[in-house]
Design a protein around this ligand. Sequence first.
Ligand code: FAD
Length: 315
Amino acid sequence: MRVIVVGAGLAGLVAAGAVAAAGNDVTVFDKGRGPGGRMATRRIGAATVDHGAQFFTVRSDELAARVATWTAAGLVTEWCRGFGPVPDGHPRYVVRGGMNALPKHLAAGLDVRCESLVFAIRRTGHGMSVQLDDASLHECDAVVVTCPVPQSYSLLVSAEVAMPQALLRADYDRTIALLAVLDAPSVVPEPGGVQGAPGFTFIADNLRKGISAVPALTLHADPAWSKEHWDDDRDATHAALREAAVPWLGSAMIVDSQVKRWRYATPRAIWPEPCWRAEDGLPVVLAGDAFAGPRVEGAILSGLAGARSVLTESQ
Ligand SMILES: Cc1cc2nc3c(=O)[nH]c(=O)nc-3n(C[C@H](O)[C@H](O)[C@H](O)COP(=O)(O)OP(=O)(O)OC[C@H]3O[C@@H](n4cnc5c(N)ncnc54)[C@H](O)[C@@H]3O)c2cc1C
C-alpha cells in the first residue's frame, strides 16, 4: 500500500511508523520547518525552552512499553511525581534535550517531508490524491490526517467526506505562551513546575526540568486569558505577560523573551473512538489528540489506532 500521513506531530509519526513497519510505502507531509507539532522546543541564545507540551504521563500499557524502551535508550527521563505541596505520586516524563527530541527520534528512518503544506485531499478512481501548496499531486491508497480537526476538515472539503456534526464543530482552547530567559535562577518552587497558578495553566523552569543550560521559564496563559487577548496588539500582550511573570522571578531579570501563540492548543471535546474512519469505504482516517485524549499519550494512542484502521481495512 502507498499511504500518506498528513501531520508530523506525535499522532502522525506514530501512525506512519506502524504502517511502514507492516511493509507499506509511507510518506509524511508537514507544513512546519521540522517534525513535532505541539511537541516544540526553541533555542533562545544559550537557553532551551519547551513551548508546547511540557511533560507527559503514562496510563496505558501500550505507552508504558514504549517509555521503558525510550528510558533505557536515554531519550526519556522522569522529571518528578507531581507538583504543589502534595504531589500525586504519578511520574511525569520529559525528553532529554527538549520535548521535540521525541518526534525527531520517531521521524528517523521515515520519509518525512517538512515545509510541505497540504492544500487539499481528493478522491481518485481507486484511492486518494493529496495536493500540496506547490501544486504537486501525490496519489495513495489511503490517507491518515492528523492535523487539529478544523484543519483536517478544511483539507477534506474537496473529497466530500461526510463528517459527523460533532467533529465539524470541534473546537480548541488557545494558549499564549511567554518564553523568558533569566539572568539568575527563578523562584518557581520544586520541582521547577507550577500547575494552575492564577492566570496560568502551567509554569515551567526549563533549567530545573533539566533541558536548559541557563535559567529560562515557559509560562502558559490560561485559555480564558489567551482567548481574551488573542487579537490584542502583540507588543501589549508581550508586556502584559512579562508583568504577570514577575512573581516567579525573585531577584532575576528577564534578559530575553518571546511570545508563542497556539491557536489549536487543546481540543475541548474528545471523540469517543481513538480515531475516525470515513464511511462508504473511503480510505481516509482522522487521528490526533482530539480522538484519544488531549495530551501526549492521547496523540500516540490515536496514531496507533489510525495505523491499525488503515492496516485492517487493507486486509
Ligand atoms: C501549550 C501546550 C501545552 C501542552 N502541555 C502538555 C503537557 O504538558 N502534557 C501533555 O501530555 N500534553 C500537552 N499538550 C498537548 C500535546 O502537545 C498534544 O496533545 C500532542 O502533541 C498533539 O499531537 P498531535 O499529533 O495530535 O497534533 P500536532 O502536534 O498538532 O500535530 C499536527 C501536525 O499537523 C501539521 N499540519 C497542520 N495542518 C497541516 C497542513 N495543511 N499540511 C501539512 N501539515 C499540517 C502541523 O504542522 C502539526 O505538526 C500541550 C499542548 C500545548 C499546545
